[in-house]
Design a binder for this molecule. Sequence first.
Ligand code: MG
Length: 385
Amino acid sequence: MKITAIRTAASTGHCMHLWVRIETDEGITGLGECVHGGHQALAIIHELRRRLIGRDPFEIDAIFEGLRRGYVFDGGTGGALITALTGIEIALWDLKGKALGVPIYELMGGKFRDSIRVYADCQVEPSMDFGEIQRVVEDVVARGFTALKIDVDIGAYTGDRRRGGGRPKDLFNYTADEWEHQRMLELVDMTTRAAGKDVAVAVDVHTRLDVPSAIRLARDLEQFHLLWLEEPVPPENVDAMREVKRASSTPICAGENLYLRHGFRDLLEKQAVDIIMPDIPKCGGLSECRKIANMAELYYIPFAPHNVASPIGTMASAQVCASIPNFLVLEFHWLHRDYWASITADGEDIIKDGYIQLGTRPGIGVELNEEVARTYQYPGTTWFE
Ligand SMILES: [Mg+2]
């Protein structure tokens, strides 16, 4: 079998959802998705076409690593080039599964579990009171989720901390003042009270704190027994992350801004976190993330992938989660997008009662409804050309 074409399309959603379709001379195709690569990843995939046409699509790891090393001077250690390769890699896995008539997890050593626990990222705003937070939590629990995540980095995106009642925020300063610290605790207190003891709560601060602010927060959050505190400090300095991790019993989770096994090596060897969260359709794809999970397993560190992808990328991530022992929980980030289910070919929600059932469908196990997806076509992109 030989690759004959690589086509791309992109939709809006959480970000640009970049679809990669690989076609072969035997008529078998595969669909992949990558996220957070933007127009750069799109351009890179088009550039890589000439190196892929004529290749055997079953040589997935060799294609990925060969291209990565071939472009090492052009971004082969992280960023859009890796994300572009990730979209190609996931499409190749889908294609291989379909060609052999098996789900991807069967090609990765088989499954450790039949269903994948999913947590819902939900929108708790800094200005919300208990009643408003209770409604957000009730909506998530009513859908069957047993875990959720909230963002408490106040005004992170707008710089307007007044939304929560405080003074305007200096976005370049990582220090949490007294008002901000207390408000973060209040938001967690209200959310955990609303969630009750049967629903786990994770808390994200999106890399916005310095070490003393993060340590104080992690210690004061111990009473809430969180699922984790996510990216308390910026991701570049593993030693700083380790200081935070060692200072409290609140589990620390990080990794959504790292790429490849190489990006996780220091974090794992220094045991600077309690949980890792690679973004599978962004940081290297299915083979690479299975290897990252296996590296983490040596340190008894659970694997809880970050995920903002559509059902295609989410289901691809679930294939990896099935094939490793140390899976904890997978993210769902489309709570308020009503085309989550309709964007799939059968219109079914892949998440039922907070879990993804893997099933026996070949490849990724879910298809895109291109007609529906195209109504959300990303501005300035072409459609499977
Ligand atoms: Mg995060």
